[in-house]
Ligand binder design. Structure first.
Ligand code: HEC
Ligand code: HEC
Length: 454
């Protein structure tokens, strides 16, 4: 019997059976109706805290209004298919998706659940889904392994470059219209970010809370195959809901509660975390006037007292590992320059970076590879995703993405814009190679433990 004490939702008691059932619900989430035998069956409005389980421990959603209003348009099927926003942005999977949940949904529905809709899922819009093996081929690599949504893209004719060739493993893309694949980014912790989506920046005079009120109608049309346009009132309501959602890890299986014993993990501390545009930015923070502080994360400072413990299996030694991982992030990993937003990890202004994640050798065989040509120099570049250049049309922006906010990571593997990194360790190995970091095996292990505790 595992007992988990949660300050507001009370005590969750889980025997092995309940834990397994809980695992399924947690990983499936995504708009599936809650089983009726659940002790905390989801009513129209649930308490502000909604717990979920992942491979590292438990994470929780906390809504700033004090309740999660499931009557919000975000949770309603507003189109002609059974999907809601929750199909790809579920509290159970950190307000995004994860590959375990996608796979369970696939197995439980034999590949016919709401997510598995050719409109934006799978290899190509006209793929064969007539048999189970055909559905495995259509959704296996793209949706189950990499967790991707498919978008129909074209290069803006005004861009500095043109698309001169596409090598699409699924034989669908042309130089006029090509398939672009992206991971759903989490609709959580939005008050603490400067941008939403992997490559967009708020328009001049706008900001993230305002931008969030513009998103629902497009989502309904595209993902829910809406026949009737969503109203501005619905869009506003969804925006207000999304901006109030906080999500973070609260319990680590080895270290215990992440907000105990002097540590400040979990969504409540995150909600209280100061954020403004440019915080901890360069050359100086616009409010404090100070240069950037590389110690971007300090929530686990209280566990420095355990840093010297080995790995003896005690909660204290696990806390020491999380603290040491925080130090690696802030120092030897050089992660803070891009992930500079204190205790959140995004970048505090809308700036985009190329870390090689759209280079064909990293994005791999599952995605179309584009050949882009600079219209003035004639130079060519191979990429799986033009990144920020899709919006700006600038040659220099090819392959650039926002530095992702990092809270709640354990609930949303795989990582990067296209799910190329299956695990946190794969993320670290990417940086180790890209920046020749020279991290030791111990540092890598500590850093992974820390990232899984965010
Ligand atoms: C089929 C999956 C799918 C469904 C359903 C879906 N989305 Fe998304 N969503 C995505 C993907 C993929 C992205 C990231 C796209 C990118 O980075 O370019 C995203 C990103 C977002 C973001 C940006 C979050 C951030 O902070 O980065 C918001 C907001 C959002 N979606 C809102 C919605 C709303 C509202 C609905 C319901 C109308 C919805 N989504 C339904 C796949 C989906
Ligand atoms: C040069 C800037 C830069 C540096 C340095 C950097 N990152 Fe990133 N990080 C990014 C960008 C850009 C992305 C998004 C890439 C993508 O989606 O393809 C990202 C994404 C991530 C993600 C994936 C998040 C998700 O939700 O998929 C993790 C985890 C991460 N970084 C951790 C780290 C760690 C740990 C370090 C230090 C070892 C680090 N980063 C150093 C820019 C940087």
């Amino acid at each position: 019997m595992t007992e988990i004490r949660s300050p507001r939702s009370g005590v969750l008691r889980m025997g092995n059976e309940a834990l397994l059932a809980g695992l399924c619900v947690a990983f499936i989430g995504c708009g599936a109706p809650p089983p009726t035998n659940q002790p905390e069956a989801i009513a129209e409005t649930t308490s502000a805290l909604e717990p979920t389980v992942n491979l590292s421990g438990f994470a929780e959603t906390l809504h700033e209004t004090g309740a999660i209003d499931r009557t919000n348009p975000f949770f309603q099927a507003l189109g002609t298919n059974p999907r809601t926003c929750e199909t790809c942005h579920s509290s159970a999977t950190g307000w995004g998706t994860n590959s375990i949940s996608n796979t369970l949904q696939f197995l439980l529905s034999a590949g016919t659940g709401p997510l598995f809709n050719l409109v934006d899922s799978g290899t190509r819009p006209d793929a064969d889904i007539s048999t189970f093996p055909a559905r495995v081929a259509t959704f296996g690599d793209v949706v189950l392994k990499r967790g991707l949504t498919r978008f129909s893209r074209a290069i803006n004719p005004a861009a500095e470059f043109s698309l001169i060739a596409v090598s699409d493993p699924y034989g669908f893309s042309t130089t006029t219209t090509f398939s672009g694949f992206r991971r759903p980014t989490p609709t959580a912790n939005e008050r603490k970010t400067s941008t939403i989506l992997s490559t967009s920046a708020p328009a001049a005079g706008s900001d993230v809370p305002a931008q969030l009120k513009t998103i629902l109608p497009g989502g309904v049309r595209l993902h829910e195959q809406g026949a009737v346009p969503a109203t501005q009132a619905q869009a506003d309501a969804a925006g207000e809901f999304m901006v109030g959602v906080y999500f973070a890890q609260t319990v680590d299986f080895k270290a215990g509660r992440l907000d105990s014993d002097g540590a400040n993990g979990g969504p409540a501390a995150l909600m209280a975390q100061p954020f403004y545009l440019g915080i901890n930015g360069s050359p100086t923070d616009p409010v404090t006037g100070l240069p950037p502080n590389p110690n971007v994360f300090n929530i686990y400072d209280g566990w420095s007292k355990y840093a010297g413990l080995g790995n003896d299996g005690s909660p204290q030694s696990a806390r020491g590992a999380i603290y040491r991982g925080q130090v690696v992030f802030n120092t030897a990993g050089h992660c803070s320059g891009c992930h500079n937003s204190p205790n959140v990890g995004g970048h505090s202004t809308p700036v985009f970076f190329n870390t090689g994640t759209a280079d064909p050798e990293n994005c791999g065989a599952d995605l179309p590879v584009l050949t882009l040509q600079n219209k003035s120099s004639g130079e060519t570049k191979l990429t799986c995703d033009p990144g920020r250049a899709l919006s700006t049309g600038l040659w220099a922006d090819i392959g650039k993405f926002r530095a992702s906010p990092l809270r709640g990571l354990a609930s949303r593997a795989p990582y990067f814009h296209d799910g190329q990194a299956a695990t946190i360790n794969d993320v670290i190995q990417h940086y180790q190679a890209r920046f020749s970091l020279g991290l030791t095996t111990q540092q890598i292990s500590d850093l992974a433990t820390f990232l899984n505790a965010l």
